[in-house]
Design a protein around this ligand. Structure first.
Ligand SMILES: [Zn+2]
Ligand SMILES: [Zn+2]
Length: 154
């Protein structure tokens, strides 16, 4: 989806809920749209602060909770003691999380092997549990190349 198109879509989601596109909401959505990854409430606050010094951390938290309950942002918890957020994506992706430095790699350029593998897995689950599977969420956890190298250097 084009950026402006995505924004129209988000504005509509907000107004459908009888809510208004307020300045804090718009500012936070803009900041998230600008980033291709997950940001914590603190990250967002620091990013927004120079331009919007009046927007406090409590408002950022509240807005993120609201946007995530509306399904406009996706919340990610990877065991670092704080949640991270991104705009709910229309493009399907998988995540690889480093358990040491909490780096998150997001990719959607799947190899044919991975695609076929997941198609086969979904089919297996459908046959076993008699569900019709519509989607899946994938988060791999492990150690990133930098942390592996650091580990070997010790
Ligand atoms: Zn997938
Ligand atoms: Zn790492």
């Amino acid at each position: 989806m084009e950026c402006s198109e995505r924004f129209d879509h988000i504005s509509k989601l907000i107004s459908d809920k009888g809510l208004r596109m307020t300045l804090p909401r718009k500012t936070i959505l803009d900041a998230l749209a600008d980033e291709d990854g997950y940001l914590s409430a603190e990250d967002l606050y620091h990013k927004i602060h120079p331009n919007q010094p009046g927007l406090g951390l409590a408002t950022v938290y509240r807005t993120l909770v609201l946007l995530s309950s509306l399904g406009i942002v996706t919340k990610l918890e990877i065991g670092e003691g704080k949640a991270r957020y991104e705009l709910a994506d229309t493009e399907h992706h998988h995540l690889i999380v480093c358990e040491r430095c909490h780096k998150v790699v997001k990719y959607s350029d799947f190899t044919t092997q991975e695609k076929d593998g997941f198609a086969a897995l979904e089919k297996l689950v459908e046959e076993t549990y008699h569900f019709s599977i519509k989607r899946h969420v994938v988060q791999y956890y492990g150690t990133c190349p930098e942390c592996l190298a650091e580990n070997n250097g010790e």
